[in-house]
Design a binder for this molecule. Structure first.
Ligand SMILES: [Zn+2]
Length: 218
């Protein structure tokens, strides 16, 4: 099964690495200087490097279940996501952060499940998860912004977008993120990838709406 990856790497080596070796060697010599941090979901269908056709060195990426950003909490705990945000903002000095959410997110579905928990469903050792519910609970307060009587599909899509807004809000709790924003050195974007239609919607905080940024053919 991993044979396809080995073949993929050989293609990359032949068509990219060897053809554009200078770029790679430059990245080795001068280090990485990405201007963009993308915080995306671990979902295999939403790889930012593929979606944005990014080149090596172009985007610094964090991927986790449901593309969540926790609140700033320097309590000595093991904060993998916050560490990567810290490195991107304070060391790499990225100029843009994109929270990339997506349709049909399993992590957000797990969160929505906790909102509409069917009490008749009994958790078994087989269905119980040890980490996921606590993790997706980072976005638990979006419950107040969604209508639990909506159809499952629209509830899920709304929850995915509300969660992006929640992650943006949490980014603002990191003091050095806030400082860079105030000094106009950092921009924050919330994007939602619509898998079925192949479009990306971006969050407009002034109007509290998501709008399509992928329609134009340019
Ligand atoms: Zn997801």
């Amino acid at each position: 099964m991993v044979d396809s990856l080995i073949k993929g790497f050989k293609d990359f080596k032949k068509n990219y690495y060897e053809r554009d070796k200078e770029t790679i060697l430059n990245l080795v010599k001068n280090g990485q200087k990405p201007k963009i941090l993308v915080i995306a979901c671990s979902d295999s269908r939403v790889d930012p490097a593929i979606l944005f056709q990014a080149k090596p060195g172009e985007i610094f990426t964090i991927r986790n279940v449901a593309n969540l950003v926790p609140e700033y909490n320097p309590d000595g705990g093991l904060h993998g996501v916050s560490s990567a945000i810290e490195y991107a903002v304070r060391d790499l000095k990225v100029e843009n952060i994109i929270i990339l959410g997506h349709a049909h997110c399993g992590g957000i579905a797990a969160l929505c499940d906790t909102f509409i928990k069917d009490k008749s469903k009994i958790e078994t050792e087989e269905t119980k998860r040890e980490f996921i519910s606590d993790w997706v609970n980072i976005a638990a307060n979006i419950k107040n912004n969604i209508n639990l009587h909506d159809s499952i599909e629209s509830l899920q899509h709304i929850a995915e977008r509300e969660s992006i807004k929640n992650s943006i809000k949490n980014l603002y709790t990191f003091p050095w993120v806030l400082k860079s924003i105030r000094e106009n050195k950092l921009n924050i974007f919330g994007w939602w990838f619509d898998l079925e239609n192949g479009e990306i919607l971006s969050y407009d905080d002034k109007n509290d709406k998501f709008f399509n940024i992928s329609k134009k053919d340019d």
